[in-house]
Ligand binder design. Structure first.
Ligand code: ATP
Ligand code: HSE
Length: 371
């Protein structure tokens, strides 16, 4: 039986893009950016049969490739996972009217508008997962805390940097708690069990309940951020999946390389809050030896762009790095945005790669607006 939700006949979910790592903070830091994934959710009264599945409409980035089947789309699958963990087996198909207690059949319509390009290192999947958690929370009237929503997101996207920044907003550092054996098992179930792709046939049950997340998996802190700093995103016109960009990374690192990154992330998190920010300190603090060197084969032009665009050659630049798993380059700067982006474009062009670029600012976290 589908759940009955009190009428809030429409609501809007807005989730920002994110850039993870910011150089040395691999799988640790994330920054929310002013591109958004927006879901407008409406319960439309229907004379159709009870149990009509939701309709998904999609505009913007990824609209030519994203599945519109609610049992295949990442956002709606995550929402259903959250609902099923709370004993709600299906998307809502009825709505009760509190004024007279009557129940009517409704169809859920979800209009998605997306500004976050897929597979470019700007947290498109993290945003889709957070949108799904927020959608499940709203549809089930679950009133989940931020920490619990993060648990659900981490069962799907298992590194915390993008999803945490997308949920809470700002420049955020996070870690995953060491779990005991039972919780580790609960958190290690295959994604296919968390997010099954096919609904049961009409009238049938899903079978086994989905594994519930352990509580308190992820913990975070928001760092300061100097308002003078903007982010130039230089976005190559090709997709690189996070999965392939993680496959090229080694299983172990030398002590020298680990210390290199630890020294820099410790300085960077405070340096980006200082007014005015110090380019000399930040440029060096945004260097990395944990992931970028291994990803250069996948992103022709990466070492040239990050080494030849410097605060000396480009006044206003603070630091430059790979955004998330790439291929986008993120330059943090207080000015000189166009020169930075156009010079990066020229370098990529010598490698046969076209780019688009945008100046982004640091965005607030996700919001849900009920109407
Ligand atoms: N709005 C969305 N709705 C449904 N699926 C999405 C959406 N956004 C992203 N996805 C899925 O996530 C995939 C991209 O995820 P991936 O982790 O490879 O890259 P990314 O999240 O854009 O980059 P990064 O994790 O490096 O920041 C897309 O190919 C698509 O399958
Ligand atoms: N920290 C992750 C971010 C991508 O989602 C990575 O670099 O693989």
């Amino acid at each position: 039986m589908a759940s009955v939700r009190q009428p809030c006949s429409s609501f809007t979910i807005r989730v920002p893009a994110t850039s993870a790592n910011i150089g040395p903070g691999f799988d640790v830091v994330g920054l929310s950016l002013s591109l958004h994934l927006t879901l407008t959710v409406t319960f439309v009264p229907t004379d159709g049969p009870h149990g009509t599945p939701p309709i998904l409409k999609y505009t913007g980035e990824g609209s030519d490739e994203v599945p519109l089947d609610p049992y295949k789309n990442l956002t709606t699958r995550v929402a259903l996972y959250v609902l099923r963990c709370h004993g709600i087996q299906r998307f809502p198909t009825t709505l009760s009217d509190p004024s007279d207690g009557t129940t009517r059949n409704v169809q859920l319509q979800i209009a998605v508008d997306n500004e976050i390009p897929f597979g470019r290192g700007l947290g498109s999947s993290g945003a889709a997962v957070i949108a799904g958690v927020l959608l499940g929370n709203e549809l089930g009237n679950l009133d989940l805390s931020t920490s619990r929503m993060l648990d659900f997101a981490l069962m799907v996207e298992r590194h915390p940097d993008n999803v945490t920044a997308a949920l809470v907003g700002g420049f955020v550092g996070s870690y995953l708690r060491e779990l005991d054996t039972a919780a580790t098992e609960a958190a290690s179930v295959p994604l296919s069990e968390v997010l099954p792709e096919y609904p049961p046939d009409a009238g049938e049950d899903w079978g086994l309940d989905p594994p519930k997340p352990p509580t308190g998996i992820g913990h975070y802190v928001r760092f300061g951020w100097s308002e003078s700093i903007q982010a130039v995103a230089i976005v190559p016109r090709f997709e690189l999946s996070t999965a392939s960009a993680r496959q090229v990374l080694p299983q172990s690192y030398s002590r020298k390389d680990l210390v290199f990154n630890l020294q820099r992330i410790a300085v960077l998190t405070t340096a980006l809050a200082a007014n005015p920010p110090d380019p000399e300190l930040i440029y060096e603090a945004m260097k990395d030896r944990i992931h970028q060197p291994y990803r250069k084969e996948l992103i022709p032009g990466l070492p040239e762009v990050t080494s030849s665009i410097t605060p000396e050659t480009h006044p206003g630049l603070l630091g430059i790095c790979l955004s998330g798993a790439g291929p986008t380059i993120l330059a943090l700067a207080t000015g000189g945005f166009e020169a930075i982006a156009e010079d990066a474009r020229a370098i990529f062009k010598t490698k046969g790669i076209e780019v688009d670029w945008k100046v982004l600012h640091i965005a607030p976290g996700s919001t849900v607006q009920r109407s």
